[in-house]
Design a protein around this ligand. Structure first.
Ligand code: MD6
Ligand code: FE
Length: 207
């Protein structure tokens, strides 16, 4: 993992090619199993009700949802009313490897981007603790990932996330603004119909 200093903050780490092709394929299989049990849904912005361009689901004890009422973590799928499936062992292994001092992850948000989808600049701050990092895995088409500082107006830089790459936002960088500008079409053969999956593992409650 390489440390990427961002606006003088430490704690943004980048692991290019952390997962090889075989591991990426195994992760996609894990995700297919999860999506069969916990179907993708399209969240809407609180207040305005504007739909996100990404579709989502979760695994873990808690899942992140967004609807007219707000952003929150909840133990049940908003459509099926069932508990979220378990976090795959392969992802728990990743968490232990990159966040050995943190308690186990409670939530894994699964974002699915079709070509054209994006994710606005945001902070991950709906958790009740910011002590643990947020750990992400990219699968499928390459994304341009933008990272800034602790204030929305701070300068940003962007870099490409390819299939198999891992990003960790921890330490001083735990609450930096970040987002996905665009998905670069046909840059990966991992997903048969194209697009991109991003997985983010989080600790939600204090240990
Ligand atoms: C994405 N990622 O890569 C969106 N959040 O599609 C995130 O929002 C993210 O990559 C927290 C930590 C790492 C991330
Ligand atoms: Fe995020």
């Amino acid at each position: 993992m390489q440390e990427i200093p961002i606006n003088t903050l430490n704690g943004l780490r980048y692991g290019p090619g952390h997962f090889d092709r075989a591991a990426q394929e195994a992760l996609v299989e894990d995700i297919r199993t999860i999506v069969a049990e916990a179907p993708l849904f399209r969240p809407v912005m609180p207040g305005t009700g504007k739909p996100f361009s990404v579709r989502m689901t979760n695994c873990g004890l808690l899942g992140w949802v967004a609807d007219k009422a707000g952003y929150r973590y909840q133990p049940l799928h908003p459509v099926t009313g069932k508990p979220w499936p378990e976090i795959p062992e392969r992802l728990k292994d990743l968490w232990r490897a990159v966040a050995p001092d943190a308690p186990p992850p409670e939530a894994c948000l699964i974002n699915f981007y079709e070509p054209g989808a994006k994710l606005g600049l945001h902070q991950d701050r709906d958790e009740k603790t910011f002590d643990a990092p947020v750990v992400s895995v990219s699968l499928g088409d390459t994304a341009t990932f933008r990272v800034g500082g602790l204030n929305r107006k701070d300068p940003t830089r962007s870099f490409r996330l390819q299939s198999g790459d891992v990003v960790v936002l921890g330490g001083e960088a735990r609450l930096i603004f970040h987002g996905v500008d665009r998905i670069l079409k046909d840059t990966s053969t991992l997903l048969k119909s194209g697009g991109r999956i991003n997985l983010t593992l989080r600790r939600v409650t204090p240990a």
